[in-house]
Write a protein that binds this ligand. Structure first.
Ligand code: NAD
Ligand code: K
Ligand code: MN
Length: 355
């Protein structure tokens, strides 16, 4: 029997609630006779680890993760530690250390969930946002001079490399090609950002020639927000820079009903390193420790994890169980207007997988 090595990193806040829930779903799958199982290794990295050791993860942390088949991540962010320390010290360290350059974010309106858009049914909103996940605005290059003085200056340099843009563009075209509509929107801001984004546009034209069956267009990022609200059905696969896609995908999640249901995969398409799957939401300090966290975003991330492992049938079973549960309003957590707890939603999904 195939045993997959899965690292779990709950991190902070509601990550500590939703990642164990995701592990329960995987355990429920393994309990059936599906021909595979999991060996979990839990890593207690995050804010508490930082308070004890002064770092978010140990110096040899990536070495511990390298032999894993996949990583299930919760969230990095602690009310008492600055966000740039928690983010750069853990999540970005893993994403960049393992060159998980494609951040894939599917969004759909699941059965039973009411999005804020009027006249928009499930068929009108079915997107995958591909986020460049290794460079761009989050390159980490920049600095501050004359700190605290009136003449202080600060920079965050957005670095885009030809190789980096070509590979994410090719990934996005390939993904668009694999979807029924074969439609890609390349998001840009080349009217204002006249160097890197102009190169981005040129590379889009170049890569598009490899995919003659993909229909594609360009949209400025600000206009894209309006299009997502006003003409959602005209979008399918979307590719955007690290920062732009970060923002667009929170909007996408909200339009689909809640930040709590949206999943993502930080993927190394070349499979040199383990890929990492997580809900797109953060630590949600306002609801942590109360059983209010919606675990659906983590369960959908588990679906992506299973697809990445090549367990397509199991992935479909989990997705079907998620959709059965969202279709039942008595199993909606508070963010969806319901009263169900994290544990109740988790048990319901696990029970369906046992049937
Ligand atoms: P957030 O996603 O944590 O929360 C935003 C809002 O959405 C809150 O009102 C929260 O209650 C709600 N929400 C989020 N997930 C939910 C869920 N599963 N169920 C129900 N409601 C949910 O974003 P934030 O408040 O901007 O950030 C809080 C912390 O998380 C910060 O430290 C931030 O840096 C960090 N963060 C980490 C990641 C990550 O690790 N990938 C992503 C985003 C934010
Ligand atoms: K997260
Ligand atoms: Mn984000």
């Amino acid at each position: 029997m195939k045993i997959y090595k899965i690292a779990t990193i709950p991190g902070d806040g509601i990550g500590k609630e939703v990642v164990p829930a995701g592990q329960q779903v995987l355990e429920a799958l393994a309990a059936g006779s599906r021909g595979f199982g999991f060996a979990f290794q839990n890593f207690d990295w995050g804010g508490d680890f930082y308070r004890a050791h002064g770092v978010m993860m140990p110096a040899d942390g990536l070495d511990a993760l390298r032999p894993m088949d996949a990583i299930l991540f919760g969230s990095a962010g602690d009310p008492h530690i600055p966000d740039h320390i928690t983010l750069w010290g853990l999540r970005l360290k893993i994403c960049q250390g393992f060159d998980q350059y494609a951040n894939v974010r599917p969004t759909r309106i699941l059965p039973g969930i009411d999005g804020p858009l009027k006249r928009c049914g499930p068929k009108d909103l079915d997107w995958v946002i591909v986020r460049e996940n290794s460079e761009g605005e989050y390159s980490g290059v920049g600095g501050r001079v004359h700190q605290g003085h009136p003449i202080e200056a600060a920079t965050d340099v957005s670095i885009m490399t030809r190789a980096g843009v070509e590979r994410i563009m090719r990934y996005a075209f390939k993904l668009a090609q694999s979807r029924p509509r074969k439609l890609l929107t390349v998001v840009t801001k080349s009217n204002a950002q006249r160097h890197a984004m102009v190169m981005w546009d040129e590379i889009a034209v170049q890569i598009s020639k490899e995919f003659p069956d993909v229909t594609w267009d360009k949209e400025l990022v600000d206009a894209c927000t309006a299009r997502m609200v006003n003409r959602p059905a005209t979008l399918d696969t979307i590719v955007a820079t690290n920062l732009h896609a970060d923002i667009l995908s929170d909007l996408a999640a909200a339009l689909a009903g809640s930040l709590g249901i949206a999943p993502t995969g930080n993927i190394d398409p070349e499979r040199r390193y383990p890929s990492m799957f997580e809900p797109i939401h953060g630590s949600a300090f306002d609801i942590m420790g109360q059983g209010l966290a919606n675990p659906v975003g983590t369960f959908w991330s588990v679906v992506m994890l299973l697809e990445h492992l090549g367990e397509a049938a199991a992935a479909q079973q989990v997705m079907a169980a998620i959709e059965r549960v969202t279709a039942d309003p008595t199993l909606h957590t508070r963010d969806l207007g319901g009263r169900a707890t994290t544990a109740q939603v988790t048990q319901a999904v696990c029970r369906l997988l046992a049937d």
